[in-house]
Write a protein that binds this ligand. Structure first.
Ligand code: PLP
Length: 368
């Protein structure tokens, strides 16, 4: 049997919840969506949560809600999914990359300061693979330079660092409920904030620029970024089970780490102090000291029906779309090196102990 890199857990509760919505005849965003927003805000320890149609929509709405526009600069990581940087371009602002840290793959706070100019409006850190960026550092930089912070928490629902929950690091947090994420509804997203004004602007933006209170009164440009009660019903049931999902991911990660330590040239994930890593991905580095190359190991595992991922094979600044903004090879050496080393192993909660044994044995036999 193949072991996949991700597998959604859909149980009877999700099926029943969707069925109830379908039978109710009220499919668009309504009661279920509001219920999800309330529960999600409580979970992230923020005052407000605004449900949208995707993580990308959450990022786009957040950039807009902070008033970022043409000529402004936003600093983000070159080592992420394209949506993190594209959300900045969607409002006409400029993407400024800063290199990442070797140990956690996240933007390096020490590299942010050098990128700040008088056009910088915000920082957009990404909590990559399920661990939060250094919350204290990011908050200090934002405070010191009067910058806004948009946290891309699409991979880190439930993570925590220094007592701060994912989604509450900065002015606004963005989540995705895409089918492979830790909490899913197929497609879907969420914005978290403590700022009533930001929440209201996001609500307008997802609904053609209309205020919730005055229909057919268009205040500004908006989109259709709404979700549905069908999706909200799924996400609600998922959120009720998140402790179980997260615990299983953390347990699986622990087994992988125990089984893979001491393989020369393989570097295992770093978990920072005072940090709960929720292991959206379990990402190892296959360095030059390893007996096999990263690509050899990928091919070997795939040949043995083990789903592995490379997140990400190329940093954003080397893709034609972003290179056109004036970037070239050599600009972000850490991101460029890590792109050649990373390999994500299955860590999702549906894995059995036997699956993990297979992953461990197949990796060890070949790479040690
Ligand atoms: C998944 C993801 C997104 C985009 O979310 P969608 O729901 O697919 O639009 C953005 N940023 C990161 C880091 C992601 O992992």
């Amino acid at each position: 049997m193949a072991i996949s890199i991700s597998a959604p857990i859909i149980e009877e509760e999700e099926i029943q919840a969707v069925t109830r919505v379908l039978r109710s005849g009220m499919l668009a965003a309504g009661r279920k969506t509001q219920e999800l927003e309330r529960l999600f805000a409580d979970f992230c320890e923020t005052k407000y949560a605004v449900a949208v149609s995707s993580g990308t929509a959450a990022l786009h709405a957040s950039v807009h809600a902070l008033g970022i526009s043409h000529g402004d600069e936003v600093i983000t990581s070159p080592f992420s999914f394209a949506a993190s940087a594209n959300a900045i371009l969607m409002e006409g602002a400029n993407v400024v990359f800063a290199d990442i840290r070797e140990d956690d793959f996240c933007i390096d706070p020490q590299k942010i300061e050098a990128k700040i100019t008088n056009k910088t409006k915000a920082i957009l850190p990404v909590d990559l693979f399920g661990q939060l960026v250094d919350t204290e550092c990011i908050r200090n930089i934002a405070r010191g330079h009067t910058l806004r912070t948009i946290e891309d928490a699409c991979q880190s629902v439930g993570a925590e660092r220094n007592g701060i929950k994912a989604g509450s690091v900065g002015d606004v947090g963005c989540f995705s409920f895409y089918a492979t994420k830790n909490v899913i509804s197929g497609e879907g997203g969420m914005i978290t904030t403590n700022d009533a004004d930001i929440a209201e602007r996001c609500r307008r933006f997802r609904h053609h620029g209309q205020s919730e209170h005055t229909r057919y009164e268009y205040w500004e440009l908006g989109y259709n970024y709404r979700t549905t009660d069908i999706c909200a019903a799924i996400a609600l049931e998922q959120l009720k089970k998140i402790e179980r999902f997260t615990t299983a991911r953390i347990e699986n990660a622990k087994h992988l780490t125990e089984g893979l330590r001491d393989i020369p040239g393989i570097i295992l994930p770093t978990i920072h102090q005072n940090s709960t890593h929720v292991f959206h991905q379990y990402t190892i580095r296959v360095t030059e000291e390893c007996k096999r190359t990263r690509d050899e190991l990928v091919n070997h595992l795939r040949a043995h029906n083990i789903g592995v991922g490379i997140y990400y094979p190329k940093p954003l600044h080397l893709h034609p779309h972003f290179a056109r903004q004036g970037y070239e090879k050599g600009d972000f050496p850490v991101a460029e090196k890590l792109a050649t080393e990373v390999l994500s192993l299955p860590v999702h909660p549906s894995l059995t102990d036997q699956d993990i044994e297979v992953v461990l044995n197949t990796t060890r036999e070949y790479a040690q």
